[in-house]
Design a protein around this ligand. Sequence first.
Ligand code: NAD
Length: 261
Amino acid sequence: MGILKGKKALIAGVASNRSIAYGVAKCMHREGAQLAFTYQTEKLKPRVEKYAKEFGSNICIEMEVSSDDGISKAFADLKSTWSDFDIMVHSIAFAPTEELKGSFIESVTREGFKTAHEISSYSFAAMAREAKSMLNQHASLMTMTYLGSMRSVPNYNVMGPAKASLESTVRFMAADLGPESIRVNGISAGPIKTLAAAGVSGFRSMLKHVESKTSLRRNVTIEDVGNTAAFLGSDLSAGMTGEILYVDAGYRNLGMNFDME
Ligand SMILES: NC(=O)c1ccc[n+]([C@@H]2O[C@H](COP(=O)([O-])OP(=O)(O)OC[C@H]3O[C@@H](n4cnc5c(N)ncnc54)[C@H](O)[C@@H]3O)[C@@H](O)[C@H]2O)c1
């Protein structure tokens, strides 16, 4: 083990020890990466500092992505400790809870649509722009997405178009940064019980459905996603960019999810 030895990774999106970003941090730390963390608000600071300590890091920076200033200030803060880094993990999404239930066209609002896209998709490109001058050659950037980008999943509603936008953003960023040997990919994770997921109405039924129908007959864990993230951050994936990797226990491949007679 140790595929990330000598690499520095910035991880954005830890809110609890159930966060996908926490699973990513755990696996990247195990593989030898040095870590830095961002947290969204002052309220989350003590918690994220505690997790950072668990992973041998004392770099915790506030980053609220709803404004460009919030993003540029975070990277200026990072620069005071790290002059360069190799991996950037974007594990951030938000849409108003009222828009994550029932009919899509009845629940979606102009403001909610804008917010979902800004926080969940635009922020990845904005972070990359700020990070660019600090990224080492062969750097790897990654984000977290979901099948709702491609299929109409009940209650996922406005997050679906936001994730479709995020996946397109991955491809444009990959084309932009590729000539500088910087790679950009996404991981499409199956449903996992986290704070963000709890905002999607009927999420528990979703977990049960996936567990009973998906090829591996189980839900995925934050460690499953973290291990794939470690691979994407490492030179083992050096030939891959602009890809969306599915860590969903095989769900995406299923055409018929009911039991045949
Ligand atoms: N949990 C799932 O089932 C699942 C499946 C596929 C993809 N994802 C994606 O994984 C990513 C991480 O989500 P999670 O499930 O770990 O939930 P989580 O609630 O643990 O993490 C979401 C993070 O987004 C951050 N965030 C939200 N708005 C922000 C803002 N304005 N500025 C800065 N940070 C902000 C939160 O602080 C939090 O750390 C999201 O992109 C989510 O859509 C989740």
